[in-house]
Design a binder for this molecule. Structure first.
Ligand SMILES: *Cc1c(COP(=O)(O)O)cnc(C)c1O
Length: 379
């Protein structure tokens, strides 16, 4: 039966709870597609969900990272400590403000940075550290927080994978504790989608105000003023980074289903974990599902490229998250040796992971992986 289901063919896929299409239709019919009350309602709902005092919605996760870096004044001459093992968007945001990426290695077990790796990478030019919450796993930099802030180094969290995840220390949700600027993505395949969208969780009301002005082209405005004035005031540099009402409507419908998302993703990840335990030669990347809402299910295998080709030929939608950034042509100027990233970069394989999967799909993927490993080992 599983062979005829299409779900294991996709590596990732958005999951709709049912109310999204009608919500989008209502916005289209309203004629107001820009930053509207719906955008602000989405911000309030996300803030309430996270337990954060404020949330600033923006047009993408990349825009969230770019806005956060701009809001704390990172720019030319500054170095930003960033893992090479991330989506290229994280690094492009650093380049967008004119800063320099200082690539840092990761722990092979989690694909995340550790406090020790970060401190080894920090230099006198470091102005920010950008930990990536890989696969949904929260990165706890508390042991070095005082050290970093003494040196004037800001922490900006790339939590694009980690909406809904809990911090390992304390009970709070990622983005809810106010110790760092936290950036989320609500892109098509993230745990919660707006179609496209993102958010910054600011640390202070001042940071919130700065990013709110930045995302609307630097224009100062309030809802009531906008309709009544003959002119508007451009007070600062800005970009077209607002979250459209169309996207906010999708996000609001998704928030109503998010408890289901969290439960399904944890259940599927644990189903993979027990099925994979019976396979030799496979190391599961630990996303810490007791705290995280898993975003990816990744393994490390030898002869990864052969295994990948075998699985693709068997219609299993495997992927690679991600080819290391320090080896990309665009970022070659900042290349330095990162032994763990280089080794795991050749071994990582992302198994199909999305909410359309069933337990039977997971078992089909794992048994096809077993075949692929035998095939690759024997050739
Ligand atoms: C998706 C993603 C981003 C960028 O978010 P977009 O909404 O696609 O701009 C940044 N970092 C990581 C780790 C991501 O996975």
């Amino acid at each position: 039966m599983t062979a005829t289901r299409p779900d294991h063919r996709r590596n990732a896929s958005p999951f709709l709870y049912g109310a999204e299409a009608a919500a989008v239709a209502r916005v289209l019919e309203s004629g107001h597609y820009g930053h509207t009350d719906l955008t602000e309602e989405f911000e309030r709902r996300v803030a309430a969900y996270l337990g954060a005092p404020d949330v600033v919605a923006v047009s993408s996760g990349t825009a969230a990272l770019h806005s956060a870096l701009l809001a704390v004044g990172i720019g030319a001459g500054d170095e930003v400590v960033v893992p090479s093992m991330t989506f290229c968007a994280t690094v492009q945001a650093v380049l967008a403000v004119g800063a320099t990426p200082r690539f840092v290695d990761v722990d092979a077990a989690t694909l995340c940075v550790t406090p020790q790796l970060v401190m080894e990478a920090v230099t006198d030019s470091t102005a920010a550290v950008l930990p990536v919450f890989f696969g949904g796993r929260a990165v706890d930099l508390a042991p070095i927080r005082a050290d970093l802030s003494e040196r004037g180094i800001v922490v900006i969290e790339d939590a694009a994978h980690a909406f809904g995840s809990r911090n390992r220390t304390g009970a709070g949700l990622v983005g809810g504790d106010g110790t760092a600027l936290t950036c989320f993505s609500f892109g098509p395949i993230k745990n919660l989608t707006c179609g496209q969208g993102g958010a910054v969780i600011p640390r202070t009301p001042e940071e919130a105000a700065t990013i709110r002005q930045l995302r609307l082209l630097g224009v100062v405005q309030s809802q009531s003023e906008r309709a009544e004035r003959t002119a508007y005031q451009v007070a600062s540099f800005g970009l077209r980074y607002q979250l459209s009402a169309i996207n906010a409507a999708i996000g609001l419908a998704q928030l109503n289903g998010f408890d289901t998302a969290a439960a399904t993703r944890r259940h599927l990840w644990r189903t993979y974990r027990s099925a994979l335990a019976e396979l030799d030669g496979v190391t599961l990347i630990d996303v810490d599902p007791d705290h995280a809402v898993p975003h990816l299910c990744q393994v490390r295998v030898q002869r990864r490229n052969e295994v990948f080709v075998h699985l693709r030929a068997a219609n299993v939608g495997v992927g690679v998250h991600y080819p290391p950034n320090h080896l990309q042509p665009a970022f070659a100027s900042w290349r330095r040796p990162l032994p763990v990233t280089e080794q795991v970069g050749a071994e990582i394989l992302s198994l199909p992971f999305h909410q359309h999967l069933t337990g039977a799909d997971v078992h089909h993927v794992v048994s096809t992986l077993r075949d692929a490993l035998q095939h690759a080992g024997g050739s």
